[in-house]
Design a protein around this ligand. Structure first.
Ligand code: F2R
Ligand code: MG
Ligand code: MG
Length: 305
């Protein structure tokens, strides 16, 4: 029996490690990536073991959401944005819109107007989805609540329906990952599809049902937009729900937004299997090593409590 705290720790450390490893290849063309390594596991192992491992905006914002939920019973969008501002380290590599909005909020500029109009209809980037998995574990099993909380978590930076729905899908998938004993493409698609209101995600989830091997994943994209990355990560998880290294290596092997597709995939596998995978990968190479792992462990315990 895997405890709730262990699943949260697995989710957070799985997200952060995959983000750090995937960031080594962010923006790389998959053809180029695949010409440099003999297979996906070699690429994963190479990136895991060379240089320092630092998380990017994905990890920074996901940890901020976990902290917010450890201290509050519900997500308050404005308070969450204040937290994003307080932890903001631009060198970690933020999305263009997210950076503008965080700085506008910090500087008391016309943030509300920008959040609505910086992009047509608001941002549909994957920045809300990359950070929403902890919400699924905090409100595990309560789908309506997860949908509502995920929307509140997206709102500070992502107001487009695709940006919000991406966050909702990853959060509900994290809840399923933690509560269901068996995951596969058909069950994941059938569980998520009825919750979707956008045709874009409905179409992609209908196709997720048919995924049988790695070659079927490429159709879902590797881009920075929510609809070009969220179902890609769901597919990697659904194909390898028990195997962290294979799932994350498959995500990174797609090229493009490798840190983010990796982070979403790693969070879901970690929620499903707990932290058992962490003995097989060098998590102590993350950030300041044992101190950081201890911090994430304590955060998971607080969130579970
Ligand atoms: N930004 C990056 N990586 C590139 C730079 C990293 C480099 N290593 C560095 O050091 O600088 N990665 C991170 O950004 C992604 C998440 O982005 P987020 O938070 O969603 O940002 P944003 O700007 O809101 O959306 C991303 C882009 O999507 C396009 N877009 C958004 N809404 C749109 C709309 N309504 N219409 C058309 N396009 C829209 C824009 O190009 C946005 O800039 C993650 O990959 C994270 O790792
Ligand atoms: Mg990133
Ligand atoms: Mg990214």
């Amino acid at each position: 029996m895997i405890s709730r705290a262990d699943r949260i720790f697995g989710c957070l450390i799985g997200l952060v490690f995959a983000d750090a490893v995937g960031s080594r290849f962010e923006g790389v063309d998959p053809v180029q990536l695949r010409s440099q390594f003999s297979d996906k596991l070699s690429a994963f192992e190479y990136a895991s073991n060379r240089g320092g491992l630092q998380y990017t905006d994905d990890g920074q914002m996901a940890l901020a959401i976990a902290e917010h939920l450890a201290e509050n019973t519900t997500i308050v969008s404005e308070a969450l944005m204040t937290r994003f501002v307080n932890v903001y380290e631009p060198w970690r590599g933020y999305g263009r819109g997210a950076r503008v909005l965080i700085e506008a909020f910090r500087d008391k500029a016309d943030y509300e107007f920008m959040a609505e109009h910086l992009f047509p209809g608001g941002s549909l980037g994957n920045g809300a989805a990359m950070r929403s998995a902890p919400i699924g574990l905090r409100f595990m099993g309560d789908t309506n609540r997860i949908l509502e909380e995920a929307k509140s978590s997206a709102w500070p930076t992502h107001r487009h329906e695709l940006g919000i729905e991406g966050a909702q899908l990853i959060a509900v998938a994290a809840s399923l990952a933690a509560s269901e004993s068996s995951i596969d493409p058909v069950m994941l698609a059938d569980s998520l599809l009825p919750l979707c209101s956008t045709v874009v995600f409905q179409n992609r989830l209908a196709r997720l049902r048919e995924v049988k091997s790695d070659v079927d994943i490429e159709q879902f994209g590797n881009g920075i937009e929510a609809h070009e990355s969220v179902v890609t990560a769901l597919s990697c998880f659904a194909l390898y729900p028990q195997d962290y290294q294979k799932a994350v290596a498959t995500a990174i092997w797609q090229g493009g937004d490798t840190d983010t597709i990796g982070a979403m995939t790693g969070a879901l596998v970690g929620a499903h299997v707990g932290p058992s995978f962490s003995t097989e990968i060098p998590i102590e190479r993350l950030e300041e090593g044992q101190e950081f792992i201890k911090y994430v462990r304590e955060l998971a315990d607080r969130l579970a409590g």
